[in-house]
Write a protein that binds this ligand. Structure first.
Ligand code: 3UK
Length: 547
């Protein structure tokens, strides 16, 4: 039936909707599967939390943490109290953007759910981000409110003079009478969730692109539920008895899915721990009897070396994403644990994993096949499908897809014309074999992926250039057995400086104090000059070639 007017958004602040790409540039969305038939109005927190309590999961554990555990009813009550603080004390209006700043812990999880409930838009921030990067995010998303762990307040406070839209902040883990914890305690534990459209914006997830300027990927309430109904349903197959654990921050959609949304969607539970090393992760798996692990390839490699078979029998399934899983790591981990890792490629733009496999259908060296709900293809330079065995650019489509917030680069990610119009191009070079398995080759752009983190070379260059000894520099990814890649800088020194280890160290410290420390160059090579084109452009591909 023809509808004269579009259904009413619950958002009073329409900034996010107004800055979506034009419709013609949106990807095509596919909802063919029966499990992807969603109603017109849907609040993802209602589905993930309220509905689960009504379905009888109330007394079951939702979150385990070193500081205590929360049943579904308790998590619901806390999220509701925080939602009241957002609305009554902080004046949140539906559609406002809320910065969420904290490590993985129960309070952080409750804050995510509370913002969804109150109709706000979540903008997660990696705990390690520094003021420079936070400022860009806050201004790009015109963030109005923030919920921040007191322990991460310093960098946020540094941003404030340059962030005029951000007016209302509450801190937690703070004893003051204005703290989020204190205010929340005084609120009632019932809250009427804002009746959002399935297509109202629920979150903006930032990713750093090749230029280093962060891109905000916009996702709807429907997308949050769709990510739960694809990869977990088809490849992971969790049960309510599963206990999830892992390392990715909730601010990374890999972590948001794997450590919060997936467990809740299936009535299972999640272990949230702030900082995990291979040793403490193993201890936590044992202590909490975790059964499903989400982490990156480097961690699996480290875990394999530490594994003691007798005490880790609870662990059943392991998911690897963020960067390519080397087959050597898969084999090492399998020898140590007996577990076949589930590899999956996901992207912030796509929300979560779209190519993966069930553990029993692994193919060595391959990421897997397009999971039910998604289609994938490898394209040649003319945008035609490659024959099996031919390398090309990976393109995908499914129930989720890329919509950048006010960003020209939308046209680089979503094909806007021709036969493949509406497909998302991830920036990865892939090969499809005769059986429809997709085999990862490399990033097609300059992005450096180190230990599962995406690092943009030019941003590191920008930081290095702030050091007095640096005349010119180029940052590339250098292959590394353990981290996949490491950040390597080629530096041309200013006259009067001598390239030695002491200088390397001060340059590394300099980078760590200006941008997120994990982006620092682990290798610095001093060179006499950098290869450039006639027009002055750096030729990175020449630097990547081993000399
Ligand atoms: C690379 C992989 C080979 C690939 C992510 C799972 O990584 C995630 O999102 P990002 O936006 O990066 C996306 C890019 O990372 N990549 C990710 N996984 C794999 N390459 N094999 C893999 N298994 O270049 C991709 O385009 O940071 C992963 C779920 C949610 C995510 N956001």
């Amino acid at each position: 039936m023809h509808r004269a007017t579009s259904p009413a958004s619950a958002h009073r602040d329409t900034f996010a909707r107004d800055h979506l790409p034009p419709r013609a540039q949106w990807p095509e969305f596919c909802f063919d599967l029966p499990e992807l038939q969603y109603p017109e109005r849907m609040n993802c927190a209602t589905v993930l939390l309220d509905d689960m309590v009504h379905a009888g999961h109330g007394e079951r554990i939702a979150i385990h943490a070193p500081e205590g555990k929360y049943s579904y009813v308790q998590l619901l009550a806390l999220a509701n109290q925080i939602a009241h603080v957002l609305v009554s004390d902080m004046g949140l209006q539906a559609g406002n953007r809320v910065l969420l700043r904290g490590a993985n812990n129960p309070m952080m999880a409750a804050c995510w759910l509370a913002v969804f409930k109150a109709g706000g838009i979540c903008v997660g921030s990696m705990p390690l981000l520094r003021a420079k990067e936070l400022t860009e995010i806050i201004n790009k998303a015109q963030i109005t409110h923030a919920l921040c762990d007191q322990r991460l307040a310093v960098e946020l406070k540094l941003c404030l003079p340059n962030c005029p839209t951000l007016q209302t902040i509450r801190y937690w883990n703070d004893d003051s009478s204005e703290s989020l914890d204190f205010l929340a305690q005084g609120k009632e534990s019932q809250f009427k969730n804002v009746d959002t459209l399935a297509e109202d914006v629920a979150l903006i997830a930032f990713t750093s692109g090749t230029t280093g300027k962060p891109k905000g990927t916009v996702h709807f309430h429907r997308d949050v539920i769709a990510m739960c109904d694809c990869f977990p349903r088809s490849c992971l197959k969790p049960t309510p008895d599963d206990i999830f654990i892992g390392t990715p921050p909730l601010a990374f959609t890999f972590g948001l899915g794997g450590l919060l949304c997936f467990p809740l969607r299936f009535g299972a539970s999640s272990v949230l721990i702030e900082k995990l090393t291979p040793e403490t992760l193993l201890a936590a798996i044992q202590k909490f009897q975790a059964s499903i692990l989400f982490t990156a390839p480097t961690m699996y490699r480290a875990l394999a070396g530490l594994w003691q078979t007798d005490d880790l029998t609870s662990l059943k399934k392991c998911v690897s994403a963020g960067e390519a899983l080397p087959d050597a790591t898969r084999q090492l981990f399998k020898q140590a644990s007996g577990i076949e890792i589930i590899d999956g490629i996901g992207a912030t733009e796509m929300m979560h994993i779209f190519i993966s496999h069930e553990p029993e259908h692994v193919k060595r060296g391959a990421t897997g096949h397009a999971i039910p709900g998604y289609s994938a293809a490898v394209l040649d330079e003319n945008g035609e499908r490659c024959a099996p065995g031919q390398i090309g650019r990976l393109a995908v489509k499914g129930p989720t897809g890329c919509r950048y917030l006010a960003d020209e680069r939308q046209k680089d990610y979503v094909i806007s014309e021709g036969k493949m119009r509406g497909w998302n191009v991830t920036g990865d070079a892939y090969v499809m074999d005769m059986d429809g398995y997709f085999i990862y080759q490399a990033r097609t752009d300059d992005m450096i992926i180190s230990s599962g983190y995406n690092i943009a070379g030019p941003e590191v260059e920008g930081a290095l250039l702030g050091h007095p000894a640096v005349a010119e520099c180029a940052v590339i990814g250098a292959p590394d057995a353990e981290r996949g890649m490491i950040v390597k800088a080629m530096v041309v020194l200013r006259a009067g400086f001598e390239g030695n280890d002491a200088l390397r160290k001060t340059m590394q410290e300099h980078v760590k104090s200006s941008i997120a420390p994990y982006k620092y160059p682990r290798d610095i090579e001093f060179v006499a000059a950098l290869p450039r084109t006639e027009t002055g452009k750096l030729q990175r591909f020449k630097l990547r070639r081993p000399s």
